[in-house]
Ligand binder design. Structure first.
Ligand code: AMP
Length: 409
């Protein structure tokens, strides 16, 4: 089955066309036929980029004023480059949806009721859910006969117990406004946990894992026999690890203090903690780990401090999730930094041998952007690098939901 996976933002659409079915999933040979994106929608300088492997990417700049035109153009380009003979070959669409609240614990076919449910989660995910919904409306117009499935970033974390998701606020805020920890990057954590078990031939019950997604956004999950029991992001993607431009965990009173000192309003403060903090805020120069690693190597103390804070926080979470799980079989690094930065992985895992975590320096140094073990032969906990593939999992989920098959991950 050819499935179009869509991730729709305010002025962008990212897409992948993936061929999958039961046999391909079983043999792990389902594949991406084409991928691309449209950026700067709403302008006369929108860029449309499509890659149909093995051909090189093609890119055009043109006027694209709305998302419907963007999707129509993207599909026409897929046809031009022979990824599909005709639009009718696309048999389902899988939408990445940020926030599913407490209602959505698994992928679902979008009907009127589900659409309303996603709408109700807009308050919880105001920056993403409206655009994710827009992706649905547009795809429904362009492909009215095709089933559309929502796959939620929060769903995997819905197995967290109340003691992990309730904040220490008056409980009435949970009752009235659903203020609690939800967690994000769920599809990524679920995918790499699945891959780990697949690589080692383990059943869900046989692997307790800590998954570490380090990209521009960063989060971790504690996975007990396949079920998420804790994750580092909270009500919003702001909580937890230090990120590219987000501060992560912070004394909430520090924010009140800054607001009062500098007379900042809510909007200013939101920009400060989301766009000007994290690696960027501490280093004062970049949110890109590559640039910071280069700068630190040349003696830039602020860049080094940013990396130190970043790694220390991941290490602390490994400690707390080890305690939460009681027993850890494996740690998985993923995301742009987790997959590509041996120095960050080495720094995070340094000094954890008492906890059974030993990274092999040579193995670690050799692993950039590929699936491989980086722990020593004697390490009690296996440390892995597994490139994430959220789109593949969204395509598989979409296929299973459309066919009414159980979801085993
Ligand atoms: P993502 O959000 O998963 O695409 O990750 C993006 C981030 O990965 C970038 O901002 C970089 O900081 C980081 N990254 C990508 N390649 C490397 C690399 N070779 N070394 C260190 N960090 C990298």
């Amino acid at each position: 089955m050819k499935i179009l996976v869509l991730n729709c933002g305010s002025s962008s659409i990212k897409f992948q066309l993936i061929e999958t079915d039961s046999e391909l999933i079983e043999s792990d040979t389902d594949r991406c036929i084409a991928k691309g994106g449209v950026e700067r929608i709403g302008t006369d300088e929108a860029t449309l980029k499509v890659t149909v492997p093995p051909a090189p990417s093609v890119s055009t700049t043109e006027e694209i004023l709305d998302h419907q035109t963007a999707l129509t153009r993207a599909i026409a380009t897929l046809k031009e480059h022979h990824a599909v003979a005709d639009i009718s070959q696309i048999q389902a669409v899988g939408h990445r949806v940020l926030h599913g609240g407490e209602r959505f614990t698994a992928p679902v076919i979008i009907d009127e009721d589900v659409e309303q449910g996603i709408q109700q989660c807009v308050e919880l995910g105001p920056l993403h859910n409206p655009h994710n919904l827009r992706g649905y409306y547009v795809a429904r117009k362009v492909m009215p006969q095709v089933p559309q499935v929502a796959v939620f970033d929060t769903a995997f974390h819905q197995t967290m117990p109340p003691h992990a998701y309730i904040y220490g606020l008056p409980y009435s805020y949970y009752r009235r406004y659903h203020i609690r920890r939800y967690g994000f990057h769920g599809t990524s954590h679920r995918y790499v946990a699945y891959r780990y078990r697949r690589i080692f031939g383990k059943a869900r019950e046989e692997a307790n894992l800590i998954t570490v997604h380090l990209g521009n956004g960063c989060s971790m999950a504690a996975i007990d026999k396949g079920n998420c029991i804790d994750t580092s992001m909270g009500l919003t993607p702001q909580e937890g690890l230090l990120m590219g431009t987000r501060c992560g965990d912070i004394d909430s009173a520090a924010l009140l203090y800054i607001m009062s000192k500098d007379e900042l309003n809510l909007h200013d403060m939101s920009i400060l903690i989301n766009k000007f903090s994290g690696l960027y805020g501490i280093s004062g120069e970049s949110n890109d780990m590559r640039e910071l690693e280069d700068a630190a190597a040349k003696g830039d103390a602020q860049a080094k401090l940013a990396i130190d804070v970043f790694c220390y926080r991941v290490k602390k979470y490994i400690g707390s999730y080890s305690a939460a799980l009681g027993h850890v079989d494996g740690i998985v690094f993923t995301g742009g930094i987790g997959e590509n930065s041996p120095p960050v992985r080495a720094q995070v895992c340094a000094g954890l041998s008492e906890m059974g975590i030993q990274v092999d320096p040579a193995r670690n140094a050799a692993v950039v952007g590929k699936e491989s073990e980086i722990s020593t032969k004697d390490s009690r906990v296996r440390v892995m690098v597994i490139p994430t593939n959220e789109e593949l999992l969204i395509a598989r989920d979409t296929f299973r939901v459309v066919r009414g098959l159980p979801n085993p991950h």
